[in-house]
Design a protein. Structure first.
Lengths: 384, 384, 384
């Protein structure tokens, strides 16, 4: 390998980092390829990674777990992104994948809770509900962004998917699968089987094996995939865009699992990552994406991950009469509760929504001083 | 008939059209008659028709179905409008019937879900809840209008009526009737009887008969009347004010029915107009009232009618543990989801809330250019 | 007693009145004592009394009913106030007790609905949930204050406590006590036992005895204490700060009880003050705290107390599938419904949130004219 090719390899690897603005510039003139490119960014945006390679690896992870799940996510991201184009929504936001991530989750969610897979009816449902999630993204954005300066996160996915599942109860062709199981709320208490185990009625696994599975599976559980391999591929995808975010993902999942273990949650659910998948997205959001990473914001992110884990249990109980999944509502409510108060405290350095890129980049901009963050009090933290 | 009287007849007919500003001017100096006049406008405003003749014909339609229903609606509109006067709320809004339509629906709603009819206690309940709906109209207006530039629609009716029905569960004199039937949510699926039929356990009617009944009954079902005759009288009332709105009402009801049939809804409910009554108000709202009618806004109205029909099923399922009716919440949520995003897209020409009159008038003003719509970008659609 | 000491006694008594600004000034330089002082103000703020003596007497009342309840309230107010300091929230608000009252109620709420008392786990839960209530106070404040100009009231307490109780359903160490009893909603109707009685299955007491107990117990029921003695101590505490507020508390509780009796509520619940505890806080809020007291605002406060009583029944029914308590949500929703519309009517003289002190002081400032209320239209009421 001569110096030049080594140079090119290094340059190629470097171009994968962060939000990859070079790719956006190059593809702008080629609409078809560009559409694929920002659909991939849309998938990455589920975990705030505005990076097409992250998106691609997430899809690979989902496909490895289940081709139907991976295909449904692709269909969802395409339908919601195309809807944004048809509605004439802000082009910059569309190209950043911001009208894609809810649709991708809608696809994955309906693929999981409806059945049978690959049916024509479900494809139609995914397209319709993903398109509706784009409407809700615009509507919730108009409600939250100008005044509270917080984004709608994955609320559009949650509202659209839950609305459809509830509607499906009442009709003959609703295709609701067995994962939706209505039951009366009960206080189970000490009878809950807290032993970490792989199968519902199976025997307990070792603590280390159980905890590692719990933390790692949480990563892919966000995408409705329950697989260690998928989780590792997804973590690799996040790593390409942001090392800090990847670290907070693992940390957040661990804090969610720890909360579940301390409270005495059902060990089967803990093992399969249900206590981690909301907490880790909260940790990534607070610990570097919407606040510049400092020791204080790291502690704040940890607190938010714990609260989010509690809210997972809260929302599961609220939804039990209809047997609905909590989806990512715990992450949405937990993160918004910690984010909306941002202007009332001088403790954290907020990142203006329109300038969100990667945790690494936010730290770099903060270091350079005030002017970088649109003239706001960007060095408040430094000065203290 | 000489020329003069013919002239006068034509002039009388013409004065019935649109929002009839001449009547408002003439009656301003006669408070008692004026009160009757704007109470009638209030009834018309249930379907966005700011026209006393529309209101009168709607009341006739309700009375034909059930004198108790018609009387309760009158009591409700009087109580809520009088409350607005007592609270000193904006006179222009009161005279446009904007503090009446929720009260009229409260009257009709309580008359339907409480029993027995004509009891003194129910009259008191209607007056109190209708007055409270006026409070909620002011409060929700203060929340939605200045920032999101959308009106509260019939949310005050829904919140006030549902709050009262839920309170009535817990007290001896709640008078809750048999139409409120709490039951656990279940996924019924393919066992649902989708055959269009007039009686719950009756035999199926022909498709044409069934579909026509479904579409037409939807019109009066909004007013808690289940009657083809009432529906035709109400359509005639809407026709007086706006031909476009009347067309969208029928179209919207048809789209709701089509959605129900495609999803496999209970054929008894479809036949009686339950799948159409929310969808048609959404179609009227989007297709001409809040957006200027164009081909694009017509398609948008159709999409909103379909989403609203889905939300009817959603909310019915959500409410099943308490056995509550969905009322017009599906219309409110569906229309707001499509309306709040209006400033994010250049595809549609919004009508500023304070300048809403009739779909016909909106098209006329748009044709005359920018200046007419308060200097906003009123010709955006034209320029494209 | 010479003239000087008599003078000093009078001066001491006078210094107890209103919001006691002298105490705040004196204690500013002694952080530890100051912390105690504004924690006590926090307890007083539960009933809008920014006065440490009121807070102290409320705690005495709670301790008299149950030392565990009193201790839990102290722990909650300390945890939530300390959290506000750690988060760097507005010092003036912290010193007015505004980050304490939700935490005090969280402590009392969890002490009541979890068990066993005095367990280490519950102390941890109280600290965590009280701290979270401070987060919610900041977040809801950021949502409501700048635009709607209304405070979050006790919504943070309600959301945090209900969220934790729901989460506790799903875990082994949730410690949910027998007062949380999930059951399917039912329309009980005329079978409800409306006779006023002290024990669930006991015999009816006399009307006067029953009604007096109902009204008086309502006062302490707000603080999760069910005791006539505690109620009298609390009323004495309120009296120190504001005679008007004390009168509206009794009046509001009476209106709540009257509403319950007229509707035919369960006589056991009425006797124990459940129909009064929300209504009285609504009456205090509307009748002097957020509106300057006039005959009109007094009538408005009475209407709000009645609506709040209805909402107590509403929310109890909504929560029955999970068996959750209504807490103070009826007060929050009732008061906000009557408060948010304040700028739409000229009938009442609103008190700007940042200038809220005591009903007496508001009347005094209004008398002095426009300039006193930050230059707003403060004499609107006078001029009419």
């Amino acid at each position: 390998m001569d110096v030049n090719s080594a140079h090119r390899s290094v340059s190629l690897l470097r171009s994968l980092d962060g939000v990859m603005p070079q790719w956006s510039e190059r593809l702008e003139s080629r609409p078809a390829l560009d559409f694929v490119h920002y659909c991939l960014r849309g998938v990455g945006q589920i975990v705030f990674m505005n990076n097409p390679v992250t998106g691609l690896l997430i899809l690979v992870g989902m496909w490895v777990f289940s081709p139907w799940l991976g295909f449904a996510a692709v269909l969802g991201v395409v339908a919601s992104t195309a809807s944004a184009l048809i509605l004439g929504l802000d082009r910059v936001a569309v190209r950043a994948g911001l009208y894609g991530f809810n649709g991708a989750l809608v696809g994955a969610g309906l693929a999981t809770f409806l059945e049978p897979p690959w049916s024509g009816r479900e494809l139609v449902y995914i397209v319709v509900v993903a398109a509706f999630s784009t409407m809700l993204m615009a509507t919730l954005g108009a409600m939250l962004l100008p005044r509270l300066k917080v984004p709608p996160l994955t609320l559009p996915f949650n509202f659209a998917t839950l609305a459809f599942l509830l509607a499906a109860f009442a009709v003959a062709h609703g295709d609701v699968g067995p994962l939706v199981g209505p039951q009366s709320p009960t206080v189970v208490g000490p009878e809950i089987d807290t032993s970490l185990r792989a199968a519902e009625g199976g025997s307990a696994v070792g603590v280390v094996e159980g905890v590692v599975n719990a933390i790692v599976r949480g990563i892919s559980q966000l995408f409705l995939a329950d697989s260690v391999v998928a989780s590792l591929i997804i973590l690799a995808g996040m790593f390409v865009c942001s090392r800090i975010a990847t670290a907070f993902a693992v940390l957040g999942s661990a804090l969610g699992v720890a909360t579940g273990l301390l409270l005495g949650a059902d060990g089967y659910k803990v093992y399969h990552g249900f206590w981690g998948y909301n907490s880790y997205v909260s940790a990534v959001a607070i610990g570097g994406v919407f606040f510049v990473l400092t020791w204080r914001s790291a502690l704040f992110a940890a607190a938010c991950a714990v609260v989010t884990a509690l809210l997972f249990a809260t929302i599961s109980t609220v939804f039990s009469p209809w047997g609905l999944p909590a989806l990512t509502l715990p992450f949405c409510f937990g993160t918004l509760a910690f984010l909306i108060m941002k202007e009332l405290t001088p403790r954290f350095q907020e990142v203006p929504i329109e300038e969100v890129t990667t945790p690494e980049e936010h730290r770099r901009l903060l270091g350079r001083g005030e002017a970088e963050f649109g003239g706001r009090d960007a060095v408040g933290e430094q000065r203290e």
